[in-house]
Design a protein around this ligand. Structure first.
Ligand SMILES: [Mg+2]
Ligand SMILES: [Zn+2]
Length: 224
């Protein structure tokens, strides 16, 4: 773990955020299951995914197929999503210090970008699964699927390594099982929920967070 007194050179840092339950205060896709699913087949898919019997791509695709979803209903839902109140202050801090920031998510780009736009957050780079509309129908694509990984639809580790400058100090903020693998490649990890449990069990270094205020306070203190 990095010593308390050490300060960070902003030019050498990158802060990587998960989206659901990290930047957003809920899991946006999980809420969509409750709102838009035509029946309860999604429950079985969710169980199979949680027990590792299916990967998240199979799970997401099956759950999307079971939803009565179009652009209009999705656009009406997204303004209801609340962001962690400290996300904007963190993003402003990072921008003012010229620190790179990146969102890696196993949700869909359209959903995240719309939510960021609604919350007036501009210029934040998001890498996620693809969702678009053809006539009002949902079309998906998974450009960051790793054929060697059966777990994630967007396998975050590859993007973390590719998008982080060489020698960068990588700070990772996340909560889910899909964050475990990329967080292990980071130098500083903020964790809650599943990610926290895993890091705790495996005696890896991390800092617990409940909301982004803790991350904000830390970065404000650490960035020169
Ligand atoms: Mg998450
Ligand atoms: Zn993976």
């Amino acid at each position: 773990m990095i010593k308390n007194s050490v300060k960070f050179n902003p030019k050498k840092c990158i802060v990587i955020f998960d989206f659901d339950n990290t930047i957003a205060t809920c899991d946006v896709f999980d809420n969509m299951l409750l709102l838009f699913s035509c029946d309860d087949r999604w429950v079985e898919l969710e169980k199979r995914w949680k027990s590792g019997r299916i990967g998240s791509k199979t799970c997401l695709e099956g759950q999307l197929r079971g939803m009565d979803l179009n652009k209009r209903s999705l656009d009406a839902y997204l303004p209801k999503i609340k962001l962690d109140p400290y996300f904007k202050p963190i993003y402003k801090l990072l921008q003012s210090k010229k620190v790179k920031a990146l969102v890696l998510s196993d949700n869909f780009d359209y959903i995240i970008n719309q939510i960021l736009k609604i919350n007036k957050i501009k210029g934040l780079r998001v890498l996620a699964n693809k969702l678009s509309f053809s006539r009002a129908k949902v079309v998906t694509d998974y450009p960051f699927k790793n054929k060697d990984c059966q777990i994630c639809a967007h396998c975050k580790t590859k993007n973390l390594l590719e998008k982080s400058p060489k020698d960068a100090l990588i700070i990772y903020v996340g909560d889910g099982s899909g964050d475990i693998c990329p967080a292990k490649r980071a130098h500083i990890v903020f964790a809650k929920d599943n990610l926290l449990r895993y890091f705790k069990e495996h005696k890896l270094d991390f800092m617990a967070f409940h909301n982004l205020k803790e991350v904000y306070t830390y970065l404000k203190r650490k960035l020169i």
